[in-house]
Design a protein around this ligand. Structure first.
Ligand SMILES: Cc1ncc(COP(=O)(O)O)c(C=O)c1O
Length: 396
């Protein structure tokens, strides 16, 4: 290639999405069971598929539609936010439909920051959050969590500077599965209000909690509406990952900035997908619940089998999402272990370094994409593989 065309851009500094790297190793190693990608094994509800079929012939589906999303969908979302999340949009919030939760997060960063600003990410973080912050020319300020991956509110407070624009929380959490304590979320939300910064609350896994643990939406706390951006996704709850629908609710005063970002990047969300989303939300959370109950059984298998790895590895109890983050006692690095697990033991997990866990060896196990028997087989391989590898290496 002509040397002059070898563009050096902001992207050089951005980490490569790890799922693609692991995906390549999996392709090179047929027969691998993937406990890697954070997806669910089911697709959209039948009503959503029917709605798309019925809509495809209509010109409204192929024309541009309102930037913030179809009014009927935004109304449906507002009703859901009121009924399930305790968020009253009429008290100063706006709803925007996006092509997935990742895009909503990117808009939120673009709308609230200038280059050089800081956004606080508790670690482990979601890698696309870190990437979005860096792509916007801002700095992700990482703050450790405790041994159960719960927030350390004092450490977060100490990390706030004059350049801080937002604090991000994800509950239920990727990659740890932790459901963050309501008191801590309340404290972070209050801290944001006091310091004049935003609380970005990513709730993509809101329906995925186990053992009676309840999801809490920070946007419902008193006085939260003016500084809280709450982000949601249909990718997991409704099996919509490829149909790309997410949404967010944000304070009124961010509307002009959010609309500029959406208009430039997307113009409007895919109309057929929005019609599907209306039908999915009409079916409601009930269509996701049997899947969550089935995942609860899978989770039991995962937790009990991984517990047998002690003291070589330890996994704190996680009550949500469909992940757990294994802490492995080894001097080997997580990327090497992840590659060897695929090549030598035919099981894929994601190295914790992708989520900012660079102090020690961590592996993320995802159990949402597979049937129970396959997960059991995959976890069996993981346990056997780690025992084989770790018994040959010196523990840390
Ligand atoms: C916390 C979190 N937010 C957002 C997303 C992306 O969701 P979407 O497919 O709606 O962009 C993911 C996907 O893994 C996620 O884990």
């Amino acid at each position: 290639m002509d040397k002059a065309l070898r563009a050096v851009s902001r992207m050089e500094r951005i980490q490569a999405p790890i799922v693609a790297v692991v995906g390549e190793w999996i392709r090179q190693t047929p027969g691998t069971i993937s406990l890697g990608q954070g997806v669910v094994h089911y697709g959209p509800p039948a009503a959503a598929i029917d709605a798309v079929r019925a809509a495809l012939g209509s010109p409204a589906t192929s024309e541009y539609q309102p930037v913030a999303g179809l009014p009927a969908l935004r109304e449906r979302i507002a009703a859901k936010l009121a009924a399930e999340n305790g968020i009253d949009v009429a008290r100063g919030g706006r709803v925007m439909v996006t092509a997935g939760g990742n895009m909503a997060f990117m808009h939120a960063v673009m709308a609230t920051t200038s280059p050089g600003d800081e956004v606080i990410l508790p670690v482990p973080f979601y890698f696309n959050h870190e990437m979005a912050i860096e792509m916007a020319g801002c700095r992700a300020v990482c703050v450790p969590t405790d041994g159960r991956y719960q927030l350390r509110v004092e450490a977060i407070a100490s990390a706030v500077t004059d350049r801080t624009r937002a604090i991000v929380t994800i509950s239920p959490n990727i990659p740890s599965g932790a459901v963050l304590g309501a008191q801590d979320l309340r404290a972070v939300n209050a801290l944001c209000r006091e310091r004049g910064i935003y609380h970005f609350s990513d709730e993509a896994y809101e329906y995925f909690t186990y053992g009676g643990v309840r999801h809490v939406s920070p946007g419902a706390f008193p006085d939260a509406v003016g500084h809280t951006v709450s982000l949601y996704s249909l990718s997991k709850a409704y099996g919509f990952a490829g149909w790309r629908i997410g949404y967010m609710v944000y304070p009124d005063h961010l509307d002009a900035a959010m609309m500029k970002s959406q208009d430039t990047i997307l113009i409007c969300p895919t109309v057929a997908s929005q019609l599907a989303a209306i039908a999915a939300l009409e079916t409601g959370r009930a269509c996701c619940e049997p899947h969550v109950r089935a995942l609860a059984e899978v989770r039991e298998i995962v937790i009990s089998q991984l517990a047998s790895l002690a003291p070589l590895a330890h996994v704190p109890a996680a009550d949500g999402a469909f992940y757990c983050l294994l802490k492995v006692s080894t001097a080997l690095d997580a990327l090497t272990i992840a590659e060897r697990l695929i090549r030598e033991h035919l099981v894929a997990v994601i190295p914790g370094t992708a989520f900012g866990m660079s102090d020690g060896c961590y592996l993320r196990v995802a159990y949402g994409a597979l049937q129970k028997e396959t997960v059991a087989e995959g976890i069996g391989r993981l346990v056997h593989g780690l025992r084989t590898m770790l018994n040959g290496s010196r523990p840390q």
